[in-house]
Design a protein around this ligand. Structure first.
Ligand SMILES: Nc1nc2c(c(=O)[nH]1)N[C@H]1C(S)=C(S)[C@@H](COP(=O)(O)OP(=O)(O)OC[C@H]3O[C@@H](n4cnc5c(=O)[nH]c(N)nc54)[C@H](O)[C@@H]3O)O[C@H]1N2
Ligand SMILES: Nc1nc2c(c(=O)[nH]1)N[C@H]1C(S)=C(S)[C@@H](COP(=O)(O)OP(=O)(O)OC[C@H]3O[C@@H](n4cnc5c(=O)[nH]c(N)nc54)[C@H](O)[C@@H]3O)O[C@H]1N2
Ligand code: SF4
Ligand SMILES: [Mo]
Length: 749
């Protein structure tokens, strides 16, 4: 009983871990072999989780800002009353849609966010955003139009693994990344293809490394897709059965000048042809694209080309290819094939994708002189002052709000600006889970139990409780006696009927999760009230995919299957396989009406044929800065204590030997990096993996943390002091964090 099963909260893999406590300290941490996905694997980072759990800047009490900017402790009754009252006041004065929500889940905690909607919908709030609107919305948008679904590359069964702008050796994001990569690299029948300007750890292992010039992936991918078309390597028979618009797309790609595009991309034409042929002739290809392209110019166009490449070569919906997963809770919402509702943000008119306003327009939407500008904001489990482009402007925007409320565990850059700071227990002090369940063919869910209680003397509330109390303070929660009685007298079946009846009232449907938390929640075993929001998800999944659930070993028919699935989630502290795909079923999960791939997106196809001569350059800012690289010791801003980093304490600027020499920079010397937004000074690491003209800074640095004496100090450079909100994709509004025009100079001693 010494070891507590939980999960790592540092990246979307959420590897199962076990923790042994010494008092409140995490004495030992090891991989949990019983976790169905990670199977005992972890990287080096979770061993440092005590720096999150026992950080000096943990919040202990609700706080209210005084007029002089300092904070005073208040009790929860006051906090809830004033926060609910403050938001209600903004709603009454300006309308609920001027209340904005940012965040709702980090890398390890989505359970709280499943309750936030109740409070927001009750207020009439309509706009929200989170980190996905800085990275994935462009891919979501093209996936919606082409497939009506997102897909995940099946690395366990693929012949060829293709990583575009992703360095999973360091960033993971795929289960058991390092052994998986090594296995593919070692097997002579399989190939690893990496597209990255840097010779990353992943690229070192690759059979083919396409060292693209930063920001030119669109040209490179267009050339690759054009090779497939022009050498007639497309999967004709498969496409005839599974895709539409083949002729239109083929005609457009026939016109791509391969040599010219290859030249712009900086990759030799023969290597491009070799890579394209390898992909086209493989029995299966799994594609993973990530921030290197999603945060660079032409990101949405590149996501489109990525999907065209795997579609034209027949690599969708089969074992070892890209498959739409069977999710427990849909992390992504699609609108293209549904009743058309192309929403845009109220001020900037920016496209809302998967319900998310682009993070890059938030400041503009607050600061505009516009009747529908955002007036109040609830931030939950995010640090937008640090993580969204152009921190100075984000601070200005937050300052201009009538009300800012932050729910967090630590005194962050964003919390420091709030009118109210609401403290939550850490992710090891409460029930938690994530909805990053995007694996195929098996998909997993892990409901984690608390490892320890909140710190002595603290006054914390878990997020579901905060949202429930805020709803109650608004006066929208009715007498729940009938629902509770249905449960005690008739069990869950009677409760289900009563609950469905309750949902016919639109006002109550808005707060469904809070109703469940307050009725079903207290009856759940081991104090798992926060898991109540999972109950309808389990039922929905069992009803939609009963065979996949049964293949995963859960038994039952009809509603009983949903109950069994929910019970299995509650009962298994190391996680559960909740669905198992069957070969041949995946195409049936596409969201297109005809279950076919719709290859043509005309507005993007025309851009592909007319990309121009390369990304814009500016002689005043001759370097391309990738602001926010994932390294061995970075983890977003989940760790705030700089002592967690065992290497690279200050977060170096990586630069290639030739550039360093030209600038007179020796290893460890201080460089000044200047962009149109700001300037930072950082020590240099000379790294021959970088191309000349390309420099990189790590993510997650530049955080303020109290020293042993309590005085705050900042370690390293905050990347978004250097980025600009206007540098964003024209379709999805996603930022160009990996492609920031910069100047680099040696700092005179
Ligand atoms: N160690 C660690 N792991 C993490 C995180 C962390 O903070 N630290 N964060 C997690 C999160 S939230 C995310 S979203 C993922 C992100 O995971 P990744 O996307 O893999 O991480 P990055 O290092 O941001 O970017 C990946 C690569 O893009 C390359 N790149 C830069 N410019 C270009 C370009 O123009 N074209 C191409 N093709 N590539 C380019 C960089 O050289 C880099 O190797 O990582 C997760 N995992
Ligand atoms: N320039 C640049 N900017 C970037 C990126 C980049 O590569 N370059 N990457 C972007 C990406 S991909 C991402 S994902 C974002 C990440 O940035 P954010 O979305 O802002 O999230 P995190 O840095 O992960 O911080 C999560 C917050 O949750 C808090 N927290 C931890 N546990 C709990 C809890 O149990 N409850 C609550 N309420 N709070 C908790 C932490 O203290 C922290 O403040 O950054 C983005 N910003
Ligand atoms: S791969 Fe991600 S979830 Fe797994 S141990 Fe490393 S940081 Fe944690
Ligand atoms: Mo991310």
């Amino acid at each position: 009983m010494d070891w507590h099963s939980t999960a790592c909260v540092l990246c979307a893999c959420n590897c199962g871990i076990e923790i042994k406590l010494d008092g409140r300290r995490f004495e030992r941490i090891r991989g949990d072999k019983a976790h169905p996905s990670s199977q005992g694997y972890t990287c080096e980072k979770p061993l440092r989780l005590d720096h999150y759990q026992n950080a000096r800047d943990r919040l202990t009490h609700p706080l209210r800002r005084r007029p002089d900017g300092s904070f005073e402790q208040i009790d929860w009754d006051t906090a809830i009353r004033e926060v609910a009252g403050g938001f209600a006041g903004v709603r009454d004065a300006y309308g609920g849609e001027t209340i904005f929500y940012y965040g709702g889940g980090g890398q390890g905690n989505h359970l709280g966010g499943s309750y936030a909607g109740a409070f927001l919908r009750s207020l009439g709030a309509r706009y929200r955003s989170n980190a996905l609107a800085q990275e994935k919305t462009g891919l979501f948008w093209v996936s919606d139009q082409m497939l009506g679904a997102v897909t995940t590359g099946d690395l366990d069964h693929c012949e060829v693994a293709l990583f575009v702008g992703k360095n999973p050796w360091q960033s993971h994001g795929v289960p058991r990344a390092r052994p998986t990569l090594r296995e593919i690299a070692r097997d002579p029948r399989r190939s690893l293809i990496v597209i990255d300007p840097r010779r990353t750890e992943t690229a070192e292992l690759a059979d083919i490394h396409l060292a693209v010039r930063p920001g030119t992936d669109a040209w490179l991918l267009a050339a690759m897709v054009a090779v497939v078309v022009q050498e007639d390597l497309i999967a004709h028979d498969w496409l005839a059965a599974h895709a539409v618009d083949v002729d239109e797309v083929v005609a457009a790609l026939r016109r791509i000048p391969i040599s010219e595009y290859a030249e712009i991309s900086g990759v030799g034409e023969e290597l491009i042809r070799t890579a394209a042929r390898r992909i086209a002739t493989a029995s299966s290809v799994a594609l993973h694209e990530d921030l290197g392209v999603q945060m660079s110019p032409h990101s949405t166009v590149t996501s489109y080309l990525d999907l065209l490449l795997v579609s034209l070569t027949g690599n969708i919906g089969r074992l070892g290819t890209n498959n739409p997963p069977i999710p427990l809770a849909p992390l992504v919402s699609f609108s293209h094939w549904g009743p058309k509702r192309d929403r845009v943000s109220p001020v900037a008119g920016a496209r809302i994708i998967s319900g998310l306003v682009p993070a890059n327009v938030i400041a503009e939407e607050v600061l505009a002189d516009h009747p529908r500008r955002y007036r109040a904001m609830l931030v939950e489990t995010a640090n937008p002052v640090h993580s969204v482009a152009d921190s100075p402007r984000m601070r200005e925007a937050l300052e201009a709000l009538d009300l800012l409320v932050v729910i967090d565990v630590a005194m962050t850059e964003t919390a420091r600006m709030a009118d109210y700071v609401l403290p939550a227990p850490s992710q090891f002090e409460k029930w938690e889970a994530t909805f990053f369940n995007l694996e195929t063919p098996d998909n997993y869910f892990h409901l984690r139990r608390p490892v320890l209680g909140p710190p002595e003397g603290s006054d914390l509330l878990p997020e579901p409780e905060i949202h429930a109390r805020l709803c109650e303070a608004l006066g929208v929660v009715p007498d729940l006696t009938p629902l509770r009685e249905a449960l005690t007298t008739g069990g869950r079946a009677a409760f289900a009927a009563a609950f469905l009846q309750t949902l016919t009232d639109p006002g109550l449907a808005k707060i469904a999760s809070v109703l469940l938390y307050r009725t079903l929640g207290p009856t759940l075993p081991h104090g798992a009230a926060a898991a109540a929001s999972l109950w309808p998800l389990a039922h929905r999944l069992a009803a939609a995919h009963p065979d996949a659930v049964r293949r995963a070993g859960i038994e039952g028919e009809g509603p009983e299957l949903g109950e069994r699935l929910f019970d299995a989630i509650l009962a298994r502290p190391s996680g559960v396989v909740f669905s198992r795909d069957q070969e041949g079923d995946a195409m049936g999960r596409l969201g297109t009406p005809d279950k076919k791939i719709h290859l043509a997106i005309p507005e993007l196809l025309s851009v592909v044929g007319d990309l121009g001569n390369g990304p814009a350059t500016d002689p005043d800012f001759p370097y391309v800065l990738s602001a926010g690289e994932r390294r061995a010791f970075t983890a977003n801003t989940i760790f705030r204590d700089p002592a967690w980093r065992r290497r690279d304490a200050a977060g170096t600027l990586r630069i290639c030997p030739a550039d360093a020499e030209r600038l007179g920079l020796a290893a460890g010397a201080l460089a000044r990096v200047t962009t149109r937004t700001g300037s930072v000074e950082v020590p240099v690491e000379i790294n021959d993996g970088l191309q000349p003209g390309h420099v990189s800074l790590p993510n997650g640095l530049g955080l303020s943390y109290p020293g042993a004496d309590g005085a705050p100090s900042v370690t390293g450079a905050a990347p978004n002091e250097l980025t600009a909100a206007g540098d964003r994709d024209p379709y999805a509004g996603t930022p160009w964090h990996k492609h920031v025009p910069a100047r680099v100079e040696a700092v005179a001693r």
